[in-house]
Ligand binder design. Structure first.
Ligand code: CTP
Ligand code: MG
Length: 231
């Protein structure tokens, strides 16, 4: 199934504490956001990329796109206040697509196989997200005391990419805006329409770069991949 990729990259990376958007930080010399764009660039099913950016990062990002020869970016769209607003701006800029794959610029280690698995699920169910089982015990708490222990076997950590048929996700974002609903991922906007979202097992390497220690985890993942390629 062919698709358009929407990549929100318009955050500020507050929790990283760097002097610029964390997506412009480099891992082994290459800007973080370029890693995942290369996966889309090389995937023949990806017909175009909509990159959602901050005005202050636009020039530096455009330069990196040229340097790494990323040619599929159809539009660099200005982001909004929250991630959800940025994704919505990206969706509105899509000219034509049967499916869209929404993927955070902050997850550099997505793999082609995972995108393929997601798209197969979208063909059947219209909406699908990558997820991995929760490893730790998760409890709900308030005021420093535990309220309850959640049943771990039913808990999943949800990642991006998340993929949808284009009309469905556009409608979900429209409705969320109308209702003043703000979710932390795109699937939640589809869930609240009463629509089922399929879970597609992903892998633990697909981390989101959020705080400074994630940068050294990233280096370890890049090194591991280089070794795997040599073998
Ligand atoms: N994002 C965006 N527009 C926003 C906020 C976030 O496009 N208004 C993007 C980020 O650039 C990132 C993804 O959404 O690729 C996930 O967000 P997150 O990891 O929270 O990044 P930041 O919001 O930049 O980081 P922080 O929350 O620490 O400030
Ligand atoms: Mg954020």
């Amino acid at each position: 199934m062919e698709y358009v990729a929407i990549v929100p990259a318009a955050g500020s990376g507050r929790r990283m504490g760097a002097s610029k958007n964390k997506l412009l930080l480099s891992i082994f010399g290459k800007p973080l956001f370029i890693y995942s764009l290369q996966v889309f660039e090389e995937d023949p099913l990806c017909k175009g990329i909509v990159l959602v950016v901050n005005e202050k990062d636009r020039r530096e990002m455009e330069e990196a796109l040229r340097l790494y020869r990323i040619k599929k970016v159809q539009a660099l769209v200005r982001g909004g206040k929250e991630r959800q607003h940025s994704v919505y701006e990206g969706l509105k800029a899509v000219k034509e697509a049967s499916a869209v794959v929404i993927h955070d610029g902050a997850r550099p280690f997505v793999e082609r196989k995972q995108i393929e698995d997601l798209l197969s699920a979208v063909e059947k169910h219209e909406a699908a997200v990558l997820a991995v089982p929760v490893k730790d015990t998760v409890k709900r708490a308030e005021g420093g005391f535990i309220l309850e222990t959640l049943e771990r076997s039913s808990l999943w950590m949800i990642q991006t990419p998340q993929a949808f048929t284009y009309p469905l996700i556009l409608e979900a974002h429209r409705k969320a805006e109308r209702d003043g609903f703000l979710g932390t991922d795109d699937a939640s906007l589809v869930e609240r329409m009463g629509k089922k979202v399929a879970l597609v097992p992903g892998n633990y390497d697909n981390i989101k770069i959020t705080t400074a220690e994630d940068l050294y985890f990233s280096e370890a993942i890049v090194k591991k991949r280089k070794l795997e390629r040599i073998d």
